[in-house]
Design a protein around this ligand. Structure first.
Ligand code: C2E
Ligand code: MG
Ligand code: MG
Length: 551
């Protein structure tokens, strides 16, 4: 290899500016190593052809007659992010040992997007494309302002890479840069569009999140820790790094943006000295809360594996004849340490942690199997309804799970009903209608649970292919004492009949509720008046009695 060639190779490998060498026709011959770093082609995903295409795009723009060798504009990078670049191209005429070539130098530029133009073209980190410290304080301030106005919470996470200098020392700065770019990409995936991921300096990042519930910050922190823990491929080597995270939450432990920043920094320091690869909240209470939440998630995993969940059944009764016409399946958790845990306590956590899909499928499986056993034992066939959570409803797997459960248990679909709530349907009505139609096509029933507490959008009700409406127990509790509530309950019953839906009243506790419902045309009643939810064996006894005595 000639000395010149070796020099060129070394430059392409080591220079921190991104170099493109193109032939006389503008076609890319070589790309410097830094090119991939600043254009978002991390080692793991590097698509050589796409990288060359981007190089050629830069060349074409800079060499177009109106550009005169210089171009400044936005380009879509390998990680899907649009960034601003400056390109300068020089022609090298036949310098030996090369024929005529073009040498392009690409540098990250001030962002030209409309948003950053408004902000005076400053505020973005050229390496990662994330907002930098200049914008950070502004973003925190804006988010706090909005939360104060609308009454929400804000979480601020300050994050530092553990032992970043080791990577820099061992693999060099270019590898370190690539690592930071890839980390920025992973951080972006962990948050919503409306949240901000920021690169403060060096290996220090921050997330500013508008949150509805403080638990949301635990979920994001967990996501970040596990996203960063995945190995990075740098120079053919697998590199594993971890984050330390400090979190402050407004209004729990701070009441201004400045205080949030101070407290999050403080918490980050704590996370670093207490062992890294973890998050710490500024407030001790929040730390306790986060820990108990994680414990609950772990216990739930064990519970599913260890048979600690049980399905209880609550009768739906025909108020006219006092006979059982159906049942609602309600999960119970018999925790060996804590006794019975109510679903209100663990279902929302299971929903957020993703465990609901496994738990929900188990409930579906158990209740269909049980219903079939009752039928095979010669009991009067009844419809069992199973609650479906939002995440389950939106999951692609739901339809397949239902098909499989019906198939394997041999239960006729007409004896199964799914209970969903209105809030699951209103975000994307068309998709919800398609999904419901597919479920109805299987022959199962669909019920709207807790009707009257959500949107209660009457205009949409006609569009949903449902079979049943369940009036929320909040209305029933009041029917005998509050004329307005009674009027609403009457209207819901009338509406259901008009739409040819079955109507079920939940939470009927006293005789007056039953009389009101019967008098107003709602015959199917579920509530403590007849029975609390009970274990399968007990429920079977109730069915064998045929006529329900009230308790
Ligand atoms: P839901 O689906 O609205 O269930 C009815 C709740 O009302 C049950 O509470 C039931 O015990 C209670 N209830 C029934 N009759 C009366 C009454 O007369 N008075 C009063 N005060 N309450 C009555 P539970 O079993 O604690 O369940 C609470 C919620 O947890 C359910 O509300 C449902 O949203 C959820 N859930 C229960 N099991 C499951 C499940 O397997 N999967 C999913 N995704 N959610 C479930
Ligand atoms: Mg229900
Ligand atoms: Mg309900």
């Amino acid at each position: 290899m000639s000395d010149t060639q070796a020099l060129v190779d070394s430059l392409l490998e080591n220079v921190r500016d991104a170099i493109i060498i193109a032939d006389a026709g503008g076609r890319v011959v070589r790309l410097g190593k830094a090119f991939g770093v600043i254009t978002g082609f991390s080692d793991e995903t590097a698509d050589i052809a796409a990288m060359a295409d981007l190089g050629e795009h830069f060349m074409r723009e800079a060499l177009s007659p109106q550009s005169d060798g210089r171009w400044h504009g936005i380009a879509k990078c390998g990680d899907g992010v649009e960034r601003a670049f400056e390109v300068a191209v020089t022609a090298i005429n036949g310098a030996s040992p090369f024929p005529s070539l073009y040498l392009g130098m690409v540098r990250p530029a001030a962002d030209l997007s409309p948003m950053s133009m408004e902000m005076g073209q400053f505020g973005y980190d050229p390496l990662t494309g994330l907002p930098n410290r200049d914008l950070f304080v502004d973003r925190v301030g804006q988010t706090v302002l909005q939360a104060n106005r609308k009454g929400g919470s804000v979480a601020l996470m300050m994050m530092g890479l553990d032992r970043f200098t080791l990577v820099n020392d061992a693999l060099g700065h270019a590898a370190g840069d690539r690592l930071l770019v890839e980390i920025a990409r992973r951080l972006r995936v962990c948050v919503r569009e409306t949240d901000s991921a920021v690169r403060l300096e060096g290996d220090k990042f921050a997330l500013v999140l508008a949150i509805a519930d403080v638990d949301d910050s635990v979920i994001v922190a967990e996501k970040v820790l596990s996203a960063v823990k995945e190995p990075f491929a740098l120079d053919g080597q697998e590199v594993v790094v971890t984050f330390s995270i400090g979190i402050s939450v407004l209004p729990v432990d701070a009441d201004s943006g400045a205080q949030m920043i101070k407290h999050a920094e403080n918490a980050l320091h704590h996370a670093k000295i207490s062992g890294r690869n973890q998050y710490q909240f500024f407030s001790k209470d929040m730390n306790r809360k986060a820990r108990s939440r994680l414990e609950l998630e772990a216990r739930m995993r064990r519970a599913l594996a260890g048979d600690e969940f049980v399905v209880f059944y609550q009768p739906k009764v025909s108020a006219d004849r006092d006979t059982i016409v159906g049942a609602e399946a309600l999960i119970r958790w018999m925790d060996p340490e804590r006794g019975m845990v109510s679903p209100g306590e663990f279902i929302p956590v299971a929903e957020e942690s993703g465990q609901i899909e496994a738990i929900g499928s188990w409930v579906l499986w158990k209740s269909c199997q049980q219903n079939k056993l009752w039928q095979d034992a010669g009991l009067n066939p009844i419809k069992v309804s199973v609650n479906v959570s939002a995440r389950q409803f939106h999951s692609r797997a739901l339809l397949d799970t239902v098909v499989e459960v019906l198939d394997r248990t041999g239960l006729d679909p007409k004896w199964l009903e799914l209970e969903i709530t209105e809030s699951m349907l209103m975000n994307d009505v068309d998709t919800a209608v398609r999904k419901m139609t597919a479920l109805r096509d299987l022959g199962i029933g669909l019920s709207i649970d807790d009707f009257g507490t959500g949107y209660s959008s009457l205009s949409y009700l006609g569009r949903f292919p449902i079979t049943t409406l369940k009036i929320d127990r909040a209305f029933i509790a009041d029917v005998d004492s509050n004329p307005k509530t009674a009027e609403i309950a009457r209207a819901i019953i009338g509406l259901s009949r008009g739409l040819n839906l079955e109507v079920v009243a939940e939470g009927a506790e006293v005789k007056e509720h039953i009389s009101f419902l019967r008098d107003n045309g709602c015959d199917t009643v579920q509530g403590f008046y007849y029975s609390r939810p009970v274990a399968a064996a007990e429920f079977e006894k109730l069915m064998r009695q045929r006529v329900m005595a009230h308790c």
